[in-house]
Design a protein around this ligand. Structure first.
Ligand code: TA6
Length: 274
């Protein structure tokens, strides 16, 4: 089940499965989000590409309890809370997730998630988490956005210069990014911490820049599987690693969110072309 947006200004698509945005293209532009041609669209699988919603942990579950990679939110059905055509011509869709059997079995019984997506000349996504438990909720989250690019070897990502990051391809060592834009020439899996900066994906081949602004997020993750890792991803075609890069808006690792009883946290990503 999905909602398809088709207006004079924009095309978009979002699945109820995982509240997963799979398409956003301002009119006349190439799609901005990457979507694998081999994505499985299976009930227990995350869609490969678009914007997986990661909650309540990032990567493997840390407290050695059972649970799927990147949490459960991206592989359970969400419900539609609201849809509306805004005065500015953009289409707004709000999806919600309350604890279901899967969440309860994993020990998460008192939360409410809302993903608000605005499909317009700018793609705006807001992930709102409300803690309905009498105790603090500590969680990680991400809008794990896959961007469509011409060629991973031709792009650069600015905005993360001089930031500290965890290098997941090098024993999770803590490193510091150089003073020049990040370029990709091998498997790259970097968790940049304590950064609220906007990032820009520079794609000269397609004569475009993708600007990713954010709020309520202190972590930015950059990922490309490169050749060998891509071979292990059965839901990606062999050459698709060259045409995608993840620049993820997140709160992960030591940036995990500590939410007091009854409190709400909002994390926003705003994506536009320039
Ligand atoms: O965000 C990067 C990452 O954590 C990588 O380590 C890689 O596992 C990627 O997410 C994709 O994870 P997935 O579970 O969607 O295959």
């Amino acid at each position: 089940m999905r909602a398809i947006v088709f207006t004079p200004a924009v095309e978009g698509e979002v699945y109820l499965h995982g509240a997963h945005v799979t398409r956003w293209a301002p009119r006349g532009q190439r799609p901005v989000l990457f979507l694998s041609s081999k994505s499985l669209f299976a009930p227990d699988k995350a869609i490969r590409g678009g914007v997986p919603v990661i909650f309540p942990w990032f990567g493997p579950r840390s407290d050695s309890k059972p649970g799927p990679m990147h949490g459960f939110a991206r592989t359970v059905p969400w419900t539609v809370e609201e849809t509306r055509l805004r005065d500015d011509g953009a289409v707004e869709i709000a999806l919600a997730l309350a604890p279901d059997g899967t969440a309860r079995d994993l020990g998460f019984t008192d939360f409410h998630l809302r993903l608000r997506v605005i499909f317009g000349a700018v793609l705006e996504m807001e992930l709102e988490t409300r803690n309905q438990a009498p105790a603090p909720l500590v969680y990680e989250e991400a809008l794990h956005t896959y961007f469509a690019i011409s060629d991973i070897r031709q792009v650069a990502v600015s905005g993360l210069e001089n930031t500290a990051y965890i290098d997941k391809t090098d024993g999770f060592l803590q490193k510091v990014q150089g003073a020049t834009p990040l370029r990709i020439a091998k498997e790259t899996d970097q968790v940049h911490l304590s950064t609220t900066a906007a990032c820009v994906i520079h794609d000269p081949e397609w004569s475009r820049r993708i600007i990713v602004e954010k709020s309520g997020s202190n972590t930015t993750v950059v990922w490309n599987p490169w050749i060998e890792k891509a071979k292990t991803l059965t839901d990606m075609a062999p050459d698709e690693w060259q045409r995608m890069i993840c620049v993820e808006t997140a709160n992960a690792s030591r940036d995990a969110v500590h939410l007091a009883p009854g409190a709400t946290h909002k994390m926003r990503a705003s994506i536009r072309l320039a």
